[in-house]
Design a protein around this ligand. Sequence first.
Ligand code: GDP
Length: 304
Amino acid sequence: MFATLSDRLTSTFKNLKTKGRLSEADIDATVREIRRALLDADVAVSVVREFTGTVRERALSAEVSGALNPAQQVVKIVNEELVSILGGESRGLQLAKVAPTVIMLAGLQGAGKTTLAGKLALSLREKGHTPLLVAADLQRPNAVTQLKVVGERAGVPVFAPHPGVAGEDEVATGDPVGVARAGVETARSRQHDVVIIDTAGRLGVDAELMQQATDIRDATQPDEVLFVIDAMIGQDAVTTAQAFADGVGFTGVVLSKLDGDARGGAALSVARVTGRPILFASTGEKLTDFEAFHPDRMASRILD
Ligand code: GDP
């Protein structure tokens, strides 16, 4: 991901390196190339406009001093502004003061929620937590089974509806809100310190999906609502993110499929457009293909 963007920016800066001083025209030419590279990488137009405006202004007013030559100064400014659009400081999960911490996953179908549920569960278990996965995606016939498979691989139990089986796990199969609520209650009574609720996604944003996600949120009062977004969906990323921000609200973003070779820039716009931090990156189908997201490291990777 971002290989093309990275190459384009690197060659833009290479052209600057030969210059002892940068004229306004040099800076304008550079900013134009940065703009084109970002737009070609699918970064949202509004984010590109703001980004290039700030870079231009800072480059024009930069003092030529110290150890950095003019080209290095521009690279430094671009790096700092990239970190800023990616959300600035990185942050980890917000854990509840009183267990269990409730984490709800939201996003479109195929975004990578179920896979992420397993990744998060495994990483929490390895840190000494005792997570419980809750299968509240009752839309897709296979979703519950898929979460059970993922849970088994992560070594983490899964709370799922058991129709017709007497006992405390018995919840109607058609009632995702009931399943989510019962899942949290079960976590509390069995002393799981984190609950991860997988929810249904549709192929596109729709009112029913939003309502269901909102009902689950209201019923379980999550500490974190993580919006999972496929980094390969292109410009739609921004409208989808905005629809979830308005419809359900979320506290953080997870970028999935960052291992893909698509342009991926739209995903880079999500933090800026929604004002929510990117907490994690999902980088493959294996449960260990998962990392904390650090804006500064991502910016360095892009400008490498
Ligand atoms: P959900 O519908 O949101 O629960 O999405 P899934 O977790 O079922 O993922 C949809 C597809 O994407 C599955 O085939 C996953 O194996 C795949 N997938 C999920 N995360 C990643 C990732 O980070 N990289 C890649 N390459 N594939 C992924």
